[in-house]
Design a protein around this ligand. Structure first.
Ligand code: G2I
Length: 665
């Protein structure tokens, strides 16, 4: 009874489509665009080159009536989702009274433009007519089956319609089932039933479960993960998971999006971003545009990095037609084009992410008004007017040349803001500075004007700081040690300490390995099973240097062969009856690569593991043992990986798992 997972005739149909895409890219694109596809070209060309789709949610009225809308719709995108036209209220407003006009219009447009259609959505609590909501259990299940059979069945043999959102938004924010009329009348069985009815109606379509606020790893996405895992274990035909992606710049980016997609992919499902938009608090500013552009590139990059991610659908493309202002009145401007169909930085960001940055050749503007202030005998503060860039300035390079002329400029530092403090200068000495800006694609601006600085001769202060004392080492591992000492005093002020190191327990010479402005320093990158000697000395602003401290000898621990590892665990979300620990970060602290790791930890009484990802966790009593997954056991020295898990606990119990230790064989 269970249909095959890779349906044969849809697979053949997709091959035909791919061939058509290849033909189109070969013949149509050069006509549409004067420059080579790799250097500019529409979004769909770059997405197709990476084996992904880039789509939009279509509104039927402008699709029928506005040339500007239609042109962008067909030029830029190779996938379409009906924003409203395939919903229940639009298609079957009363029992067995069907209206396919909007749905057919979108499917015809897609077919004419070689675009795939994702059907949205068969079973949802919203936009479902009252006649359905009021039915009793048996009649409601029959109505659901009829609706799915008729709507999905209508397009079952249509080559453009390749996938469906079967159920939409079935979870609440805590990871429980949403208390919808579906759930309240039928219980959770409506979900499996909907998928089975959809498979029967279109055996070839890819069947998705779709939701919002599931982009990051959290209680809701973990509930979805557990449901998909359990449905598939029961042969319920769930092929795909949709992350809607309704983001807002004021709430921050879900930085574990890629990792979240990856854990779903590991269940064997396709993943996709189904309804991406990034709203801002109005009004628009160029800073908000830049932040928004970053969110768009982050999402597209995450999809590009996950093989199982089929593509990204944006929930519209022009700010002229967006659901956002209707729902969030002070927010908006969430899409790639403004209301006049002008491309925004978000468009360029999506474009650059799709083509790996190869098409962004626009350099940031040149930093201006470079000025020096706060000049002492050993330091200067530089500031300048920030550059602008089509996709955002990533940072600045600080260049310095010796003297007032001649010599060459070399980079002495970088800054992500429009200021920089250069320290460690010699007294009574001249230097020239310039800065230049960089963007994320690596384009650099011209250099700014030059500012010349001459450090002061000092204050006549010739009194050196007192000698640092009681130098001691603690926390020595196979690759690092922590030094502390008693701070020096000075008639003016101590500005910092030089950290000196010699090899072995005797002989060799002390060379400077770092500086610190406090009375402590952590020296990393050491070799295992090796001895080192340390000394520190203090400096003041006039460049006076103290005598060196006592010497401390340190021998690092072993670990040269197997390597060692450390683990840190974070509670990401917790609620009355449970919590998610994510990320649990495992780091190779040794000096050679490791190929596996084991983390043990303790679960408090009556806590039980209900979900896990990126590791293999077993429990025995209260002791949990997590071993690496097949794909994240190998870690170079210093490298890290993460895993995570969800725990159920008694209501009112605030404890979480503890006692994490990491070992390598
Ligand atoms: O709410 C944003 C999306 C969340 N995920 C599921 C999506 O289906 C949903 O899309 C929105 C559409 O973008 C809106 O356009 O769903 C809304 C309905 O819940 C749509 O709004 C409705 C209005 O509420 C109706 O008043 C209007 O008649 O659009 C209808 C058609 O324009």
């Amino acid at each position: 009874m269970t249909p095959p997972r890779v349906p044969v005739h849809r697979a053949r149909r997709r091959l035909v489509q791919l061939a058509v895409v290849a033909l189109l890219s070969a013949f149509v694109v050069p006509v549409l665009s004067a420059s080579p596809a790799s250097a500019s070209g529409p979004l769909r060309t770059h997405a197709a080159a990476r084996g992904k789709f880039i789509g939009f949610a279509a509104a039927t009225s402008p699709l029928a009536n506005e040339a500007a809308y239609r042109t962008i719709a067909q030029t830029e995108f190779n996938q379409i989702t009906a924003e409203n036209a395939m919903k229940w209220d639009a298609t079957e407003s009363s029992d067995n009274n069907w209206n396919f006009s909007g749905a057919d219009q979108i499917v015809a447009f897609a077919a004419a433009n070689n675009q795939q259609v994702h059907g949205h959505t068969l079973v949802w609590h919203s936009q479902t007519p009252g006649w359905v909501q009021g039915l009793g259990a048996t009649a409601m299940r029959t109505a659901m089956q009829d609706h799915i059979a008729t709507l999905a069945g209508r397009y079952a043999n249509n080559a453009s319609v390749v996938s469906w959102d079967v159920v939409n938004e079935v979870f609440d924010e805590n990871g429980g089932f949403r208390s919808s009329f579906w759930y309240n009348t039928l219980g959770q069985s409506f979900i499996a039933d909907a998928f089975r009815y959809a498979r029967a109606a279109d055996p070839d379509a890819r069947l998705c479960i779709n939701d919002y606020n599931v982009e990051g790893i959290n209680a809701k996405s973990t509930a979805m993960y557990n449901l998909v895992q359990s449905l598939r274990a029961q042969n319920v035909p769930v092929d795909c998971v949709g992350f809607q992606g309704h983001l807002a710049t004021q709430y921050g980016f879900p930085s574990d999006l890629q990792q979240n997609m990856q854990r779903f992919a590991a269940l064997g499902v396709q993943v996709r971003v189904t309804e991406l938009d990034v709203r801002i608090v109005m009004p628009r500013t160029s800073a908000k545009d830049t932040t928004q552009a970053t969110y768009y590139s982050n999402v597209v990059n995450a999809c590009m990095a996950v093989t199982a991610c089929a593509g990204v659908t944006i929930w519209g493309f022009t700010d002229k037609y967006s659901w956002v202002p209707d729902t969030f009145p002070s927010e908006g401007a969430a899409l790639l084009y403004d209301a006049n169909y002008q491309q925004k930085p978000a468009y360029t960001a999506v474009h650059n992410a799709l083509d790996n940055g190869t098409s962004d050749t626009q350099a940031p503007s040149t930093p201006s008004n470079l000025t020096a202030s706060g000049i002492t005998s050993s330091s200067v503060n530089l500031s300048w007017t920030a550059s602008t860039d089509n996709v955002g300035v990533a940072g600045y390079d600080i260049l310095r040349a010796p003297g007032t002329s001649g010599g060459s400029f070399t980079q002495v530092g970088t800054s992500t803001t429009a200021s920089f403090s250069n320290t460690g200068l010699s007294a009574n000495t001249s230097y020239r500075y310039q800065v230049r800006a960089r963007d994320a694609a690596g384009n650099t601006s011209s250099v700014s004007s030059t500012v010349t600085v001459t450090t002061t001769g000092g204050t006549g202060d010739t009194q050196a700081p007192s000698t640092p004392s009681s130098l001691a080492a603690a926390g020595t591992t196979s690759s690092s040690t922590n030094l502390t000492w008693t701070a020096s005093t000075d008639n003016v002020a101590v500005t910092g300490y030089d950290i000196l190191r010699a090899p072995g327990t005797s002989g060799g010479t002390f060379t400077q390995v770092g500086t610190s402005t406090t009375a402590s320093f952590s020296n990393t990158g050491l070799s295992a099973n090796t001895s080192y000697r340390y000394q520190v000395r203090a400096r003041d602003a006039a460049g006076n240097v103290s005598a060196v401290s006592n010497t401390v000898t340190v021998t690092t621990t072993g670990g040269g062969t197997g390597g060692g590892c450390s683990v840190t665990a974070t509670v990401q979300t917790s609620w009355n009856g449970g919590y998610v620990m994510q990320p649990v970060t495992v780091t190779n602290t040794g000096t050679s690569a490791i190929t596996s790791w084991t983390v043990t930890f303790t679960l408090p009484p009556n806590h039980s593991l209900v979900g896990q990802w990126n590791g293999v966790i077993s429990t025995s009593g209260g002791t949990a043992t997590a071993k690496n997954a097949p794909y994240n056991g190998s870690l170079a020295p210093g490298a890290s990986t993460t895993f995570g898990f969800q725990v159920a606990r008694p209501n009112g119990d605030g404890n979480t798992a503890y006692g994490f230790t990491c070992t390598t064989p």
